[in-house]
Ligand binder design. Structure first.
Ligand code: EPU
Length: 337
């Protein structure tokens, strides 16, 4: 039995950035049958998963529902393909570990990403040359408009760079995802540092675990462990501009990393922030991680106001120097940039 409402609940430990915040009401969802009752409120609703992509820069207005729906199963589709169904409250990294341990290809580049399975389609998580869209088959949702539960196929999820229809529409509660993995696909080594980490190994000999281990090594060398240094991964998205704008910027900044994306250009926010000398700088308890300029961390005493002040200062300086507007990558609750 869940669905008991906790009043004036502490949200600090429920988000990996660990900013101080309180919820007027907090409920844990671990049985889908409780959903209609939990959603039946006049108050504003906020669905929370692993809390790795949500920053409480202030208190949320109404009821917070923690998605803790559990369960995962693997099902052979044929000799090669395996269908994986995982509930939204499952830990993403544990799912990846499970798939990798079974020798399945598909999720190994997405290892060690903090957060829950339900957050993955929300922002189409991606890392080291792979994104969820490459593997996703369908998402199970509860539709608040109709009160019905059903599956939405990947083609109708509007997945893009760190976005989906679920991020932009408040209508659906994510219940589960379905992925297709394979026994034969082989490694995806497009990300140069990953290929470099596996130099000397023949791709034909590599197992999913080898790639996952290499990705873990890269992540640990660049990104802070949220358990030791609270953070929410990349704080800003890499800005996407049209080709003409990118060419102008590249003429003046030939080293600016830039990638093609759907006919447009994605620019490295980390490089621009780094170039302006932000690495290691702080406001109050909020700090730019000294090994990666795109990550903000909480020294332990950060408030929402500290994070907003630091993020605004970074955004404004990048805007002045490079003429591009940085947008936050995680969801900011209780305030805006
Ligand atoms: N760079 C700098 N200074 C830094 C850090 C990086 O100049 O302090 C340069 C690097 O040299 C590199 C470029 O910036 O040329 C890009 O850096 P990196 O490869 O680390 O990737 P990113 O664009 O900063 C994105 C994702 C990460 C993901 C990595 C690897 C976004 C917003 N972030 O970061 O995802 O792990 O690529 O694929 O797209 C996240 O979303 O929370 C996240 C960590």
């Amino acid at each position: 039995m869940t669905a008991e409402l906790q009043r004036n609940a502490d949200l600090g430990p429920l988000s990996t950035f660990r900013l101080p915040a309180r919820a007027a009401e907090l409920a844990v969802l671990d049985d889908v049958a409780d959903l209609p009752r939990l959603l039946d409120t006049e108050r504003e609703l906020l669905l929370l998963g692993g809390g790795s992509n949500t920053l409480f820069v202030g208190d949320p207005a109404g009821r917070v529902v923690l998605n803790r729906l559990l369960g995962r199963r693997f099902h052979d589709l044929d000799a090669d393909r395996v269908l994986v169904e995982a509930a939204a409250g499952e830990d993403w990294h544990k799912l990846v570990e499970d798939a990798v341990a079974r020798g399945l290809w598909g999720l190994e580049n997405l290892t060690l990403i903090p957060g829950s399975v339900g957050a993955a389609p929300m922002q189409n998580i991606g890392a080291y040359g792979v994104e969820l869209a490459d593997l996703l088959d369908a998402v199970e949702v509860f539709d608040r408009a109709t009160g019905q539960t059903g599956w939405i196929g990947v083609a109708d999820c509007a997945l893009g760079y760190r976005t989906s229809r679920f991020k932009n529409e408040d209508r659906y509660v994510l219940l589960a995802v379905r992925l297709v993995l394979t026994r034969s696909a082989g490694p995806r080594l497009d990300y140069p540092a990953l290929a470099e980490a596996l130099t000397g190994r023949s791709p034909a000999e590599l197992r999913p675990a080898d790639v996952a281990n290499a990705v873990m090594g890269i992540r640990r060398s660049k990104l802070p462990d949220p358990a030791l240094r609270p953070n929410a991964g990349s704080f800003f998205k890499n800005p996407v501009v049209d080709a003409a704008r990118a060419d102008e910027l590249l003429a003046r900044n030939p080293e600016l990393p830039c990638w093609e994306i759907d006919g447009r250009r994605k620019l490295s926010a980390a490089w621009m922030i780094d170039r302006l000398g932000w690495r290691g700088r702080s406001i109050g308890g909020a700090r730019v991680y000294d090994r990666h300029a795109l990550v903000l961390t909480n020294d332990g005493s950060a408030t929402g106001a500290d994070v907003l002040a630091l993020a605004r200062a970074i955004r404004d300086s990048v805007g002045e120097r490079f003429g591009v507007t940085l947008e936050p990558e995680p969801r900011l609750v209780g305030g805006a940039l």
